[in-house]
Structures are given as structure tokens and as C-alpha cells.
Design a protein around this ligand. Structure first.
Ligand code: ADP
Ligand code: MG
Length: 698
């Protein structure tokens, strides 16, 4: 029997394959490019391309593609075959260094927010050698960045790589001051936990809302939801277990370190977590994971729902972005050290994150803002739309002691005053966990929990890396000039705690009283919806920081704001359209047919015996007939509001109209239809119910 280690990564052109197939000179040169970001010369590129092609062809590949992440959030690929005619009438398989390094997809239909007029259709893709090429089906996929000919980024990978570089640069300055001269680079790592729902394909096909929008737009509450908490970590059903087994195998072949899997809180909800890896690789892997999940589900007669809120009244799906920074020498900078001196360095990096999260709360909120995630943030299960940080009791006590200059009553009773030598030794706290915090310290990493399940993790990490780079820059500027390093360091730590402690909150983030305190007393941002926060992307403070670190250009930033708002508007308008369709062509006719049968039944019964009261029939008939009229009127109203909304040409204005009017009409219509569902005989209702969907996979 084949074991996992036999096939793990067998579809990846990874370091093992490179070593085996490249000459030592070419390998060394490629390695330098990967590790140090140096450009690759043409002869090396040709050699790598040939080795890659030979390897891919030996695995059955016939095509290659530059695989990239346009701003739509999904991945894109355009396949070219390796074949090239040979003089004797046959073909040979060819792939050049030029084709490896640069591609020119016709990119006119990808959103660019006005960067690239459609007549100027060309953009180019550029190989990201830090993320391994892999084979999917019969295609060699080459991870690439996607840019316009003016070099503006049209994708999510480019700014992500730039943000990693920004953080690297500033972190190295700090590390040097602490005497860590052997460190060559600092990289951020991410382990994204991915939640999803599984429903049967058969039921999915019967629901236009799921097919067109990924979420249910109608559906009365099931008699049983998640009240019993019996799904979480419960026994995995056989069909789901088969799916997970198959999924793991596919992911492992692609070198994706899928590690844990379990049921989630809601029925039919599950989670997959990989072992963490470097942020850009983790991002590529998460995109691939989402894609493979859907493919494998289809093989099992299932559909994998990645929407943030597929079912009202049931927990939505998120993605937890576990984030840390580490040196190439293997030191996790968010891990408390063994000596006070190491702890001083740790505390400074910790402060950098605290300041970053406080100063750029709005950017973090923006980075997870989508129409889908708006249903989740602030609902009962996800972190609220207010960003705050959880540090746990011990670290909080350490910071408080530092700020007040009072003794720290932790493991060592040390006066925490000037100088790093007297900073206390403390153990990292792994005992207390807070699952309601949007941004929680979990021992040696931060867990950012606001991401929606379908989000690309690039956006959140771009903002996080850049914001932390900014705090580190401010610190490095001060420390490099300081007459006395230890005093300056102590002052920075104390000042940061004083200025930014409003962002620290260890209590229950789901509590209404917290939202009140956060906004009214602490002055934290509470952007409930995408239209509320997205325009803030262009605020001077945010633009200055992001442009300053070279993460975005001015024009890229503007285009992104437009694209995100456009995406929001389109998403909700498609939902509204789908509701109108479902209500007019399925729901109203279904209820009418049932009421008509009820009326016929009354006539038949009365004809047989006029003294029969027909209480059930008449009362249901009356209620449902009235409801049908209301549904019809509401559907017309929704239709009108939708039409008005579609006419608004300014994207910001359109998004406000959606937030204030369209979504309200949608929920009013839904309430009426859900009421009708509970009164209509099941055989007449056109769609599988919530109970069917949530408990349908055996
Ligand atoms: P939980 O569900 O308790 O939050 P999981 O084990 O499901 O924990 O997920 C934790 C995630 O964090 C995993 O993907 C893991 O690989 C990742 N992780 C662990 N250590 C680090 C680290 N230093 N940096 C980034 N991610 C990490
Ligand atoms: Mg988690």
C-alpha cells in the first residue's frame, strides 16, 4: 500500500525535484533567486523551464498555465500546450525560459478599476519562483503575479509580496539593533483554518439561490439547528469522512500540509487546517485548497459551500488567519524567549503589532469586507465588526506592570523599570483562550478571525504586514538615533502601551455592552458594512502608509477601492434579482397551487356534507392567500428598488443605496416567504428545506 510519504508533493516541482533534475550550478542560482529574490538570468531560466517541462510531461501533463490571482478573488489560468511542430510532421514538447518567466494573458475581462482601459487589453504575468509550480489535471501551473504594462499590480499576489518585503526590511533594522546580525531575512507565516459547509448536489441543484449566489436567500428555521452543540467535534458522517479522505489525498499530492479536520459548530459545517507556511505560499495553497474542495465534493455527489453565510440563523463560515513573523535562522519573533533580553525583543515586536492593529483597525476591517462577510461580522457567532486584541491575562499583566512601573506579580517578582536587563522572565500563556476576540494572541502567533471563508487571505495579510512594518519603522527610526538604547526601548514599550491600550480587550467580544464601550468610551471604529468602511481605504493616513512602504501606488489603491465596492454592489444585486425570480416563478405559484387545492378540498367536503366546518382548510387558505398577496406586493417593491439602484452610476452612492434600501427590502420579502413556507404543505414547497439541506448528508 502506498503511504502518504510516498506520494506527498508528488505533483509539485519542489526542492527535491529541483535538486534531482537541475545541474548543481543551475540549482544554486535558482535557490539564490528563491531565497534572496535575485533576478534569474536567461540561461538558468531556460534550464529550469526544460527541467520543469520534462518533469511535468513525465507526469502526464500536456499544457502549462501561468496561474494567478486577479482581483475577483478567485484564481485564473489560461492553458497553452507544450506542443510545437517538428519538421518531420510530428510534434515535440517545448517550453522556454521566456515562457516560464513571463506570460501575456488577454486580461481585458479581469477587473482593473480603470487602471487598464479595455482597448489596452494586455497585462502580463510574472513567475513567482518562491511558490513551487505544480500539476493540476494535465496542466503544469506556474504561480505568477499579474501586472499591467505600466507595472501596476492587477492581482493580490504582487502587493502581498511587496508587504512581506516591507516588513522584512523594517524587522531587519530592529533585529540589527538587538545584535542579531546573522539574520538575513524575516518572513511572515500563516496557517489559515478554513471552514465550509457540505450539502448534497441533488438538493443544491434544486435551489437557484445556492446556484446563483452561494447562499440561501429564503428558508424557514429548521426545528433543530445548532442548539444542542452536538455537531462540534462530533463523529464525522461516513460520506463526509470519504470526502475528507479524498480531499486530503489530493491536497497532499500538491504538497499542501492539510493537517486537522473536524466538524464545526453548525450542522453540515466542517473545518480544515493546514500546517502553517510562508505567507505567499500559504495564500497560494489556500486558494488551491478552496478549489480542490469544490472539485472533490463534486466527485462525491456533494457541493462545498464556501460562502460566509449560507444559512440565516446558523453559524456562518470564517477563516482564521494564524500569523507570525520568523527569522531565516528559525526564531519566531512572537515567541517569548528564554532570557529577559530576548523578552525585550519579543515585547517590542508585540508592541509593533498592538500599535499596528490600533492605528490601522480600519484597514484590517476593510481587508475582510465583502457582501458575504457583512452578514457574519457582528452576527452572533463571528467576531464583531469592531477590531480589538486579546493578549491573555499574563501578558496583559506584564504590560500593565511595565506601564505603571509597578512590580510584576508573575512568575518572577521583578521591578520592571528601566533597562532590558530587569525585564522579567515570563512563560508564554497557553492556558486561557478567547474565542470571541477578532485578533487573539495564542502563545506564539496571532489569530485574526474576521476573515470570511471565501476571502483570499492575501488582503488581510497585505494590511497586517504593512501596518506592522509601519510600527517597526517608527521604532527603528527612534532606536537608531537613541543615545541610550535600553532607555529608548523601555520608553517605546511604555509609550506604546499607554497610547494603544484601548485596543486591548480580554472580555467577551460578542457582548452588546462591549460594542457600546468600544465605540463610545474607547473610540474604536465600528464599520458594520462594506460601504461604511471601504472608502476609508483612501484616507490620507492609510494611503500615506501603504504608498510609503511601496505596497500600493496611488492609482492601485483607488482602483482597488472601486473594485471592492463594485464587487459588493454586483453581489447584492444578483441576490436581489434571484429573489425576485424565485418568488415570482416558484414561491408564489407553489403557494397559489396549494391554496387552490385547499379551496377545492373545502368545496368537495362541503358538497359531501355541508355541516363539515373545514377549519384547517379555511384558516390556512385565508392566511396563505393574504400572505401571497403581501409577497406579490413586496416582490414588486423589491423589483422597483433594484431597478432604481441599478441606475445609480456612482459606485459609492450605489453601495449606500444597497445598504440602506435594497437589503431591507430583501429581508422583508424573505420574512414573508419564510412564513409561507411554514404554512405550506411540504410537497408543494419548491425547494429543499433548511432541515433537508443541513441534515441531508449522511
Ligand atoms: P485552533 O482551532 O485551536 O485555533 P488549529 O490547530 O486548528 O488551532 O489551527 C492553528 C493553525 O495555526 C494551524 O494552521 C497551525 O499550523 C497554525 N500555526 C501554528 N503555529 C504557527 C505560527 N508560529 N505561525 C503561524 N501559524 C501557526
Ligand atoms: Mg482557530
Amino acid at each position: 500500500m502506498k503511504t502518504v510519504s510516498d506520494y506527498f508533493g508528488c505533483m509539485v516541482f519542489d526542492d527535491r525535484v529541483m535538486k534531482a533534475t537541475l545541474s548543481s550550478k543551475v540549482y544554486a542560482s535558482l535557490k539564490k533567486t528563491i531565497d534572496e529574490g535575485l533576478p534569474l538570468d536567461a540561461s538558468v531560466a531556460n534550464a529550469v523551464a526544460t527541467a520543469m517541462k520534462d518533469w511535468a510531461v513525465s507526469k502526464g501533463a500536456t499544457h502549462y498555465t501561468h496561474w494567478f490571482q486577479p482581483l475577483t478573488g478567485i484564481t485564473a489560468e489560461k492553458h497553452d500546450s507544450f506542443i510545437s511542430p517538428s519538421p518531420d510532421g510530428g510534434v515535440i514538447m517545448e517550453f522556454s525560459g521566456k515562457e516560464l518567466i513571463k506570460g501575456e494573458p488577454d486580461a481585458s475581462s479581469f477587473p482593473s478599476g480603470g487602471i487598464r482601459a479595455t482597448f489596452e487589453a494586455r497585462g502580463y504575468t510574472a513567475w513567482d519562483p518562491t511558490s513551487y509550480a505544480f500539476i493540476k489535471g494535465k496542466t503544469l501551473c506556474i504561480p505568477t503575479a499579474f501586472c499591467s504594462y505600466g507595472s501596476e499590480a492587477l492581482d493580490k499576489k504582487t502587493p502581498l509580496l511587496r508587504s512581506m518585503e516591507a516588513l522584512n526590511k523594517q524587522a531587519l533594522r530592529i533585529l540589527k539593533l538587538f545584535g542579531n546580525t546573522d539574520v538575513k531575512c524575516v518572513r511572515t507565516s500563516v496557517g489559515p483554518e478554513q471552514e465550509y459547509f457540505l450539502v448534497t448536489k441533488e438538493m443544491y441543484d434544486q435551489r437557484p439561490d445556492l446556484r446563483f449566489t452561494g447562499r440561501t436567500l429564503f428558508g424557514a428555521k429548521p426545528p433543530k439547528g445548532q442548539e444542542m452543540d452536538d455537531h462540534y467535534f462530533g463523529v464525522i458522517k461516513p460520506k463526509v469522512a470519504e470526502f475528507m479522505e479524498d480531499l486530503n489525498e489530493e491536497l497532499w499530492k500538491l504538497g499542501i500540509l492539510a493537517k486537522t479536520e473536524h466538524n464545526e459548530v453548525a450542522p453540515a459545517q466542517h473545518e480544515l487546517a493546514p500546517i502553517y507556511s510562508t505567507t505567499n505560499v500559504a495564500t497560494d495553497h489556500n486558494q488551491l485548497t478552496m478549489e480542490i474542495m469544490q472539485k472533490v465534493a463534486a466527485k462525491h455527489g456533494l457541493v462545498c459551500l464556501l460562502h460566509e453565510k449560507p444559512f440565516a440563523g446558523v453559524n456562518g463560515s470564517g477563516k482564521h488567519n494564524n500569523w507570525s513573523m520568523a527569522t531565516d535562522t528559525g526564531v519566531n519573533l512572537l515567541s517569548p524567549g528564554d532570557t529577559p533580553y530576548e523578552n525585550a525583543q519579543f515585547l517590542l515586536f508585540l508592541c509593533a503589532v498592538i500599535q499596528a492593529v490600533d492605528d490601522y483597525q480600519d484597514l484590517l476591517r476593510i481587508s475582510v469586507a465583502t457582501a458575504g462577510n457583512d452578514h457574519r461580522l457582528g452576527a452572533n457567532e463571528a467576531p464583531p465588526a469592531v477590531v480589538s486584541m486579546f493578549l491573555g491575562d499574563e501578558l496583559t499583566a506584564v504590560l500593565e506592570a511595565l506601564e505603571s512601573g509597578k512590580p510584576y506579580a508573575g512568575t518572577e517578582k521583578t521591578q520592571m523599570k528601566l533597562g532590558v536587563d530587569v525585564l522579567p522572565k515570563f512563560n508564554r500563556d497557553t492556558t486561557d483562550r478567547n474565542r470571541t476576540s477578532p485578533f487573539a494572541f495564542t502563545g506564539n502567533k496571532f489569530e485574526f478571525r474576521m476573515l470570511g471563508s471565501s476571502n483570499s487571505i492575501s488582503c488581510a495579510n497585505i494590511m497586517l504586514n504593512s501596518a506592522v512594518a509601519e510600527s517597526l519603522k517608527i521604532y527603528a527610526d527612534k532606536l537608531e538615533k537613541a543615545a541610550d538604547f535600553e532607555t529608548a526601548l523601555h520608553d517605546i514599550i511604555c509609550d506604546t502601551i499607554k497610547t494603544h491600550k484601548r485596543i486591548l480587550f480580554n472580555g467577551n467580544g460578542y457582548d452588546d455592552s462591549w460594542i457600546k464601550e468600544a465605540t463610545e468610551v474607547r473610540g474604536l471604529c465600528n464599520y458594520r458594512t462594506t460601504p461604511d468602511c471601504m472608502p476609508r481605504l483612501l484616507d490620507k493616513k492609510n494611503a500615506d502608509m501603504l504608498i510609503g512602504h511601496g505596497v500600493f501606488s496611488d492609482i492601485e489603491l483607488k482602483s482597488r477601492c472601486d473594485i471592492m465596492l463594485e464587487n459588493y454592489c454586483k453581489t447584492v444585486m444578483i441576490e436581489a434579482n434571484t429573489m425576485v425570480l424565485m418568488s415570482s416563478t416558484d414561491i408564489i405559484p407553489a403557494v397559489a397551487s396549494y391554496t387552490s387545492d385547499l379551496a377545492k378540498a373545502v368545496n368537495t367536503k362541503k358538497a359531501a356534507d355541508s355541516s363539515i366546518a373545514c377549519g384547517y382548510e379555511l384558516s390556512t387558505l385565508k392566511k396563505l392567500s393574504d400572505l401571497t398577496d403581501s409577497i406579490m406586493i413586496k416582490t414588486e417593491e423589491l423589483s422597483e428598488v433594484l431597478e432604481e439602484t441599478q441606475k445609480i452610476s456612482d459606485i459609492e452612492e450605489q453601495s449606500y443605496a444597497i445598504r440602506d434600501k435594497l437589503l431591507t427590502k430583501m429581508s422583508e420579502l424573505r420574512a414573508l416567504c419564510d412564513q409561507a413556507e411554514t404554512k405550506t404543505a411540504k410537497t408543494y414547497w419548491p425547494y429543499p428545506s433548511y432541515a433537508d439541506l443541513l441534515f441531508g448528508v449522511k
